[in-house]
Ligand binder design. Structure first.
Ligand code: GLA
Length: 382
């Protein structure tokens, strides 16, 4: 009679070979139809998964992140990104949830700017100003998509051609954004663009996060740090005054970590203009354009944490002030004011009209390149 000897090392090696053949090539990224728009266009959703079991769902529509499943301090996964179940809602109901925003994220005053002696007029879509790229911004377009995997990451590259005159912006622009999700639970967003005529550009991602789960109520208990000694105050339509004001001694001081809710109700005029935090912090850098830690935020309850890194000069920290429970979110969620926060890495709002702000001009022959990383982790009880 034959004798079988159980050898864990050989079995282990066999299993890891199988998992190598299946996981690395097949499981890190998958694609399926997410929905169909009214005009018949099909929307695909890519799921980028890593070896820890975390995953991120991204649409070819608007490069929209529809779900981010990451563990809490006990290892339990939850979806921490607000969103919709239905593709059409991203066109009709969405306050830019999860989306790539362009050609110019944030506001341009009265939708007007001049460049090289030419005056340009943009689509107006926010109390007299141009916001987030216009009426049909980059968030509402279907991007060309290509997926691939490496040994430790899944990558999705999205490309969009924005024609000369699109929403009033000059120059035919080619934008390419690569999302990379790796085994360290880091989501890297690499932006790249070129133009055939001088234009302005400011791209970001507009994910709404709640580190207790996308439908877990208020984020006012989350603890935030922003590495910024100044911010850009705004007028009542949220256009910067041009000033860079110190945060020291104000409600805008997040240099040491503090709960988001600590000062939000202080009745400060800037907070009244924004209905909460909806401002641009001027990130402190060792040198301009250095890629550095910009902010950290954690939930004392779940222990989930985000470390945010960027080479961008500014960060729009927005506390979901316009969420009002009127749109039906994923799994019938009812997203309320302060139910999420956004960390929009960016150039300063209305830069084309403020020569003292870092330039957002892109010329033919130049390449716009910028990188932001969301690192999802956990902290122990504080
Ligand atoms: C940005 C803006 C906010 C608001 C949201 C979308 O964060 O700064 O004022 O428009 O987008 O609702």
């Amino acid at each position: 009679m034959k004798k079988y000897i159980f050898c864990p090392a050989i079995v282990g090696a066999f299993l890891s070979l199988v998992s190598c053949m299946t996981n690395e090539k097949l499981d890190r990224i998958s694609v399926k139809q997410f929905g169909v728009l009214d005009d018949g266009r099909s929307v695909q959703v890519y799921t980028l998964k890593n070896s820890t079991g975390s995953s991120i769902d991204i649409l070819d529509l608007g490069g929209i992140i529809t779900a981010i499943n990451v563990p809490d301090r006990e290892g339990h996964l939850a979806d921490i990104a607000l969103g919709f179940d239905n593709a059409k809602q991203y066109l009709t109901d969405s306050p830019y949830m999860g989306a790539l925003v362009g050609r110019y994220a944030n506001r341009i005053a009265r939708g007007k700017f001049s460049l090289d002696g030419n005056d340009y007029t943009l689509a107006i879509n926010n109390i007299g100003n141009a916001l987030h790229g216009g009426i049909v911004g980059f968030d509402k377009k279907i991007w060309q998509s290509t997926a691939r995997t490496t040994d430790d990451a899944a990558m999705l590259t999205l490309t969009l051609l924005s024609s000369d005159g699109d929403e009033g912006y000059p120059g035919a622009l080619t934008a390419t954004v690569t999302y990379t999700f790796d085994d360290q639970n880091r989501l890297t967003i690499a932006y790249h663009a070129t133009t055939d005529k001088a234009t302005v550009i400011n791209l970001t991602n507009h994910s709404y996060f709640n580190l207790n789960g996308h439908n877990a109520g208020s984020i006012l208990d989350h603890v935030m740090m922003i590495k910024a000694g100044t911010y850009t105050p705004v007028d009542e339509t949220l256009i910067p005054t041009g000033e860079m004001a110190p945060v020291n001694g104000t409600v805008f001081d997040f240099e040491s970590p503090k709960p988001i809710g600590r000062d939000i109700g202080a009745g400060e005029q800037q907070i009244q203009f924004g209905l909460g935090y909806d401002h641009n912090w001027v990130l402190e850098k060792s040198a301009p354009n250095d890629f550095e830690l910009a902010a950290t935020v954690y939930s004392p309850k779940s222990g989930r944490m985000i470390n945010l890194y960027t080479d961008q000069p500014g960060l729009q920290f927005y506390t979901g002030n316009f969420l009002d429970g009127t749109v039906a979110g994923k799994e019938n969620a009812n997203y309320q004011k302060r139910g999420a926060f956004c960390l929009e890495t960016q150039h300063f709002p209305d830069s084309p009209n403020h020569p003292n702000f870092p330039t957002t001009v892109l010329r033919p022959g130049e390449t716009y390149e910028t990188t932001t990383v969301f690192e999802f982790g956990v902290i122990d009880r504080d």
